[in-house]
Design a protein around this ligand. Structure first.
Ligand code: HEM
Length: 137
């Protein structure tokens, strides 16, 4: 058995927590796309409260990232997968809030906020792809 196959979960023995981990990452990806759409909504709307859905949805993303941390641990996805989910949680919650508030004074931080948001989706997509293949990160 090669090292690669040894690190792959045997077909048919995918656990419930592993499936739940994949479902939560899928929800995170879909909700992350919604988050980008809500940023566009806020930018193009005349309503002064137009960014509130974007801010509220950030809490949903944080909750999904927290769930991903717990499920990665329960499903024994490996230390690096758990660590990556913790990074996801830190990025969508305190880091994005900090960058958005810094962006009020300097547009550079606002631009970084948008890029980091896309990066978080990229990381979630990577974890999702590995989990679906049953491969460790
Ligand atoms: C994972 C993706 C993202 C998360 C978790 C996120 C989260 C947040 C949060 C929590 C706030 C409110 C900060 C505060 O209360 O001070 C915020 C504001 C903002 N976000 Fe995002 N964001 C994401 C992606 C994006 C993207 C891709 C864009 C732009 C293309 C964007 C544009 C903005 C803008 C312009 C504001 C400021 C709104 C205002 O001035 O009230 N965000 N974001």
């Amino acid at each position: 058995m090669t090292d690669t196959t040894a690190r792959r979960a045997a077909p048919g023995v995918r656990s419930g927590p592993h499936r739940a981990y994949i479902v939560v990452l899928t929800l995170f990806l879909v909700d992350g796309l919604l988050q980008i759409a809500l940023a566009g909504w806020g930018a193009f709307s005349d309503d002064k409260d137009a960014f509130e859905p974007h801010e509220a949805n950030a809490a949903v993303l944080a909750a999904l990232a927290l769930l991903a941390v717990v499920l990665a641990a329960v499903a024994r996805e490996g230390t690096r997968a758990i660590g990556a989910c913790v990074v996801l949680l830190l990025v969508v919650s305190p880091v994005q809030m900090l960058l958005a508030s810094l962006g009020d004074d300097a547009a550079f931080w606002g631009a970084l906020h948008a890029l980091v948001g896309l990066g978080a989706l990229g990381l979630a997509g990577f974890l999702h792809g590995r989990a679906i293949k049953g491969e460790r990160v």
